[in-house]
Design a protein around this ligand. Structure first.
Ligand code: TRP
Length: 448
């Protein structure tokens, strides 16, 4: 069983060292596990909630994309995309909005904090609060549920949102699943041992405290930032207390146990703070130097980044498009064409409850799917330029004429008049494929 890991990065800023240690590095490590199927994306629709500066949104998307790639994310293994390249997400967001309780969203921390602040300042409770902010957790639920994520690595402030995604998904399953789990219910994962880095002043490293160390600035910028780390006033030669020094905490987050032990001993022996900063600089420069070069090379080639992200989006939509088709079906947004078909199928004792589902593809073409009684996809048709041709093809398949099924590796193709009309998904092995062919034949067998 693979575990689907999914997380989003809001594109409003430039990644700093704290983001790297707390989110980027662990996520990339996790994506390399053999059983991991990771979906990492730029939450650029979410960015619009917090930021109305188009130049900053655009810059941040580019920088964050380049950062993840430079840090070694393998886009052949993970699926890496921009939220705004997946139109199924806002569509799903609406379906979820229609089942999400307003009372549930009233309780969201981010919204509540804004209301509290307004009240405190004697303003109208909802002053300056957009529907984007209010519905933020529903969009996040759509991000997560769209891909049936099992695990969602997030910061503590986001746990509530993942729980809301569970609630909303559960409610949708209950209303529309007919006993089936349409959505996998996600779980938040908080990496306990991941470092929350202190910033220059010792508070948590955060853009809002203006205490960050840039991740991919020049070596000089890195050095300058490190020079601004606040230390106590002990002189060279005086023993330093590593456990009360955030400079040491920063060092620890990137050093091997042996390096940590050595640095600790040196501090206790009176290493000057200036020297200590030089040690930290060396350590970070070693860790980040190569990635920094890759980062700058990528930033210079935005068109290549665009291609990589569009490929990621296409990969993500291979899952999202058919799944949204099922969800539309489930809530009753169905083609009238399949209505006629299921009417006929109904006459044939519900054709053992296999059913055709037609839908329009992202490029506007018409396709259909054949689902077996359990709702598993048996066949996905090729694209048809018009709905009528698609309708005729699915009708032919139900006409009881002999089927031309051809094995294709671990799957099969179905042919009509020497033309491929549809293909099965890839099955786990040849036996599963043969069982799939049997179910297809049963589903399309002429009824007595
Ligand atoms: N709201 C998250 C944050 O600010 C980003 C995000 C958007 C996200 N969609 C998501 C995280 C889905 C995990 C899953 O950190």
């Amino acid at each position: 069983m693979t575990t689907r890991i999914l997380t989003g990065i809001t594109t409003t800023g430039t990644p700093h060292l704290g983001n790297y240690a707390g989110a980027i590095r662990p996520a990339i490590v996790a994506s390399r596990a053999a059983d991991a199927d990771s979906f990492y994306f730029l939450a650029d629709y979410h960015a619009l909630i917090k930021c109305d500066d188009p130049a900053r949104i655009q810059r941040s998307r580019l920088e964050i994309a380049a950062t993840w790639l430079a840090c070694g994310l393998d886009v052949n293994k993970a699926t890496f995309y921009r939220q705004s390249d997946i139109p199924e997400i806002p569509e799903l967001c609406w379906l979820l909005t229609c089942v999400a309780g307003k009372g549930l969203l009233n309780r969201a921390h981010a919204y509540k904090a804004s209301v509290d602040k307004n009240i405190e300042q004697g303003e109208d409770p909802d002053a300056g609060i957009t529907m984007g902010l209010f519905s933020y957790p529903v969009l996040m639920a759509a991000d997560i549920l769209m891909f049936n994520a099992h695990k969602v690595p997030v910061g503590r402030d986001q746990i509530q949102h993942v729980e809301m995604a569970r609630d909303i998904g559960q409610r949708f399953n209950h209303l529309f699943g007919q006993g089936r789990e349409l959505f996998t219910l996600p779980e938040a994962v908080i990496e306990e041992e991941v470092a929350t880095l202190p910033g220059l002043d010792g508070r948590k490293m955060s853009k809002s405290y203006d205490n960050t160390i840039p991740l991919f600035g020049s070596a000089k910028q890195l050095k300058d930032a490190i020079a601004r780390i606040v230390t106590d006033s002990r002189l060279p030669g005086e023993a330093k207390d590593p456990d009360n020094s955030h400079l040491f905490t920063l060092f620890q987050a990137f050093a091997t146990p042996a390096q940590q032990a050595e640095f600790r001993a040196e501090l206790l022996a009176g290493l000057a703070w200036g020297e200590a900063k030089q040690r930290l600089f060396q350590l970070l420069d070693n860790e980040l130097g190569e990635a920094r070069e890759r980062y700058h090379a990528l930033i210079e080639r935005p068109a290549d980044l665009e291609d990589i992200l569009l490929e990621g989006a296409a990969k993500a939509r291979k899952t999202a498009t058919p799944f949204l088709g099922e969800l539309r079906e489930a809530v009753g947004l169905r083609s009238f064409r399949s209505q006629a078909q299921s009417g006929e199928a109904g006459k044939k004792k519900a054709a053992k409850s296999a059913r055709f589902v037609s839908f329009r593809d992202e490029d506007g073409s018409f396709r259909f799917r054949l689902l077996d009684a359990a709702g598993e996809q048996l066949l996905l048709s090729r694209s048809f330029a018009d709905g009528k041709a698609a309708g005729q093809a699915s009708k032919r398949l139900q006409s009881g004429e002999a089927l031309d099924v051809r094995e294709q590796g671990e799957g099969f193709g179905l042919w009509l008049d020497g033309e491929l009309v549809g293909e099965s998904p890839a099955f786990a092995d040849a036996a599963a494929r043969d069982a799939g062919i049997a179910r297809l034949r049963e589903a399309l067998a002429p009824q007595e």
